[in-house]
Design a protein around this ligand. Structure first.
Ligand SMILES: [Zn+2]
Ligand SMILES: [Zn+2]
Length: 269
């Protein structure tokens, strides 16, 4: 069975460790055939805001060059990609589209982390009221509908801070899964979430993700799933047990799993 991952971070995001090459070497050792980087997207903030959870715009070319170098160096052993994990920030979507047309960015995945911008917008992982869940639902669907994103990362992120899978969460799951189905967009089963629930779950205020209720609804609506590591350290890539468990879990739900994603046409070749 092919092992693929399109969700890996680098130190440029200021909350990951290890060199780009160490991630690649770990991926080869773990047995991945396809391994994509999707570091947190830089945004050209107005008012000079500097985010401490993503690379700066000036680092984007160096990031892409570093992965391009590794693609060549390890071409006989593994297929590598250079993507980005981006939010839906309406004010900056034109910038993102222009950047995708101009630079060799292989794909963009959607991490619906913040409302409108992280320069003051709420962090959806801290949601603890029904209105937060509703806002997450609304913004996530708006973002999915832009058609820019290859897949939705941790679609159940909102459960990180939320205490139970109540009626508002049921509505959230149906709305997001219906949109994913309509847009033919895979939903990511996030293995950093799996690890966090297992090791540091108590640090989270909510029930965490991936959440079983959410995935049962995804299966019921016949959505497609994709496994994503979301690694922020190279040794996480070596934890293949979680990957195997995820395959078994998703198979058990009868949900169709994909291992290819929609690439940025401008980056082809
Ligand atoms: Zn991160
Ligand atoms: Zn991520």
């Amino acid at each position: 069975m092919r092992m693929t991952n399109y969700h890996t971070h680098t130190t440029r995001c200021k909350h990951a460790v290890n060199t780009d090459e160490e991630y690649v070497q770990a991926a080869i050792e773990a047995g991945y055939q396809v391994f994509g980087f999707a570091d947190h997207c830089p945004w050209p903030y107005k008012n000079g805001f500097a985010s401490n959870i993503r690379m700066d715009v000036e680092q984007l070319d160096e990031y892409l060059e570093s992965i391009a170098r590794l693609k060549k160096k390890y071409a006989s052993q593994i297929t590598l990609y250079a993507g980005l994990e981006c939010e839906y920030y309406p004010d900056y979507m034109d910038w993102l589209k222009k950047t995708l047309a101009e630079k060799p960015i292989d794909y963009v995945i959607f991490g619906s982390h913040h409302d409108l911008t992280d320069d003051g917008g709420m962090y959806f992982g801290g949601s603890n009221k029904p209105e937060h869940v509703r806002l997450y639902t609304q913004r996530t669907i708006e973002g999915m509908r832009t058609g820019v994103f290859a897949y939705l990362a941790h679609p159940d992120l909102v459960m990180r801070g939320y205490h139970q899978f109540d009626d508002t969460c049921v509505e959230m799951a149906y709305a997001i899964c219906r949109t994913a189905k309509e847009m033919d967009m895979p939903l990511e089963y996030n293995l950093t979430g799996v690890e966090n629930k297992r090791l540091t779950g108590l640090r989270w205020k909510g029930i965490g993700y991936p959440d079983d209720h959410f995935w049962q609804i995804a299966a019921e609506l016949k959505c497609t799933a994709i496994i994503g590591l979301d690694s922020h350290r190279a040794d996480h890539v070596l934890e293949t047990r979680d990957y195997e468990d995820a395959v078994a879990y998703l198979d058990g739900l009868g949900i169709h799993r994909v291992d290819t994603i929609r690439m940025n046409p401008a980056a082809a070749g």
